[in-house]
Design a protein around this ligand. Structure first.
Ligand SMILES: NC(=O)C1=CN([C@@H]2O[C@H](COP(=O)(O)OP(=O)(O)OC[C@H]3O[C@@H](n4cnc5c(N)ncnc54)[C@H](OP(=O)(O)O)[C@@H]3O)[C@@H](O)[C@H]2O)C=CC1
Ligand SMILES: Nc1nc(=O)c2c([nH]1)NC[C@@H]1CN(c3ccc(C(=O)N[C@@H](CCC(=O)O)C(=O)O)cc3)C=[N+]21
Length: 290
């Protein structure tokens, strides 16, 4: 069997088109544009690429993009002051501080300083708590994008066995909570998991978010399973995911490629969260399924 390739690029473009339509309605109703502030500290080339594509997507959707580039030696106090300013800026609906931050800055102090109602990354503990308890809030963009890809590929996820590999606060943990919310039976695996191959073999849905190229082998995949590869690894052979794609795609029912899978959906969901933030602030109604 050969897996259906889940085209994240096309799905992301379709979502971005829908958002652009809704932004048009928002602008007519409120006479203002939603605004996203993106903060980049330092000159990491990969981060600079992401920040640029976020800015482009924001503008293409009819929103305002505010980019703040700070030098690598920026102090924590300085960054906290900028976040505070953005929290109070009425033209800013969403704030994203690109991670990782330089070593002299405490990431969790910065995340805690962001107004939870402008936290379009969904990294603030208030939003993590809302997700964990089923309250409305902001869901991290990468796992939200994975959920949307799975729902588009499989429809109803109810009762499916889902295995998430990786337990970070930004991908693995919120992914597990979203799958639980969709009524999957969820296993959250990590570096201390005993017999990872056996755990993955049970899964109807596998989400790999580890950061190790090709860690998930083709032999671990149950025939017909859906495989979502979150990994972005820069190797000599180019960009690769956490799944051994050639082997897994021979067994899986559906699989995301890297690039062109989860990455573009992350950016589309960031634009989505920014529109949701603006709509909540102004009491503007959006379609429930956006
Ligand atoms: N496409 C996109 O939009 C995005 C892609 N990414 C990519 O996703 C990947 C994961 O990112 P992130 O969650 O931030 O990574 P982290 O490094 O924060 O977390 C990695 C997780 O993988 C687990 N792990 C490490 N080695 C193994 C192993 N051998 N077996 C099982 N589990 C293991 C770790 O376990 P433990 O907790 O026990 O240490 C940890 O929970 C990276 O490649 C990153 O670049 C990230 C964000 C967005
Ligand atoms: N505050 C914060 N929020 C984030 O959401 C965040 C972050 N920091 N730090 C870094 C990670 C990583 N991330 C990606 C976004 C898009 C692609 C993406 O579009 N990838 C393309 C390829 C792009 C390329 O060639 O590198 C693809 O997979 O097709 C990948 C990864 C967001 N992150």
């Amino acid at each position: 069997m050969s897996a259906a390739i889940i085209d994240g690029k096309a799905a992301a473009q379709a979502l971005r088109d829908r958002i652009a339509d809704e932004v048009g309605r928002f602008r007519s109703a409120t006479r203002r544009a939603p605004g996203l502030a993106v903060v980049l500290v330092g000159e990491d080339p990969a981060s600079a690429v992401y920040v640029r594509s976020k800015g482009k997507a924001t503008i293409a959707a009819g929103m305002e993009s505010f980019e703040h580039r700070l030098p690598a030696d920026t102090s924590e106090e300085h960054l906290l002051a900028l976040v505070e300013k953005l929290n109070h800026d009425p033209t800013v609906d969403g704030i994203l501080v690109q991670l990782p931050l330089p070593a002299q800055i405490d990431e969790s102090a910065i995340i805690l300083a962001i107004d939870p109602d402008k936290d379009v990354d969904g990294f603030h503990p208030v939003n993590a708590g809302r997700l964990a308890t089923g309250l409305p809030g902001f869901v991290p963009c990468t796992p939200l994008g994975c959920l949307k890809l799975l729902q588009a590929a499989l429809g109803d996820l109810r009762g499916k066995e889902a295995v998430v590999v990786g337990r970070s606060n930004i991908v693995g943990k919120p992914m597990a909570l979203l799958l639980l919310g969709a009524d999957c039976t969820v296993t959250l695996a990590h570096s201390r998991t005993r017999d990872l191959p056996e755990v993955v073999r049970r899964a109807d849905i596998v989400v790999a978010a580890v950061g190790r190229p090709g860690l998930v082998r083709g032999e671990w995949i149950k025939p017909g399973a859906a495989v979502i590869d979150v990994g972005i690894n820069r190797t000599e052979g180019g960009l690769t995911g956490d799944v051994d794609y050639p082997a897994a795609s021979a067994v899986a029912g559906a699989i995301t490629p890297v690039p062109g899978g989860v990455g573009p959906m992350t950016i589309a969901c960031l634009i989505r969260n920014t529109l949701v933030a603006a709509a909540r602030r102004d009491g503007h109604l959006l379609p429930a399924d956006l």
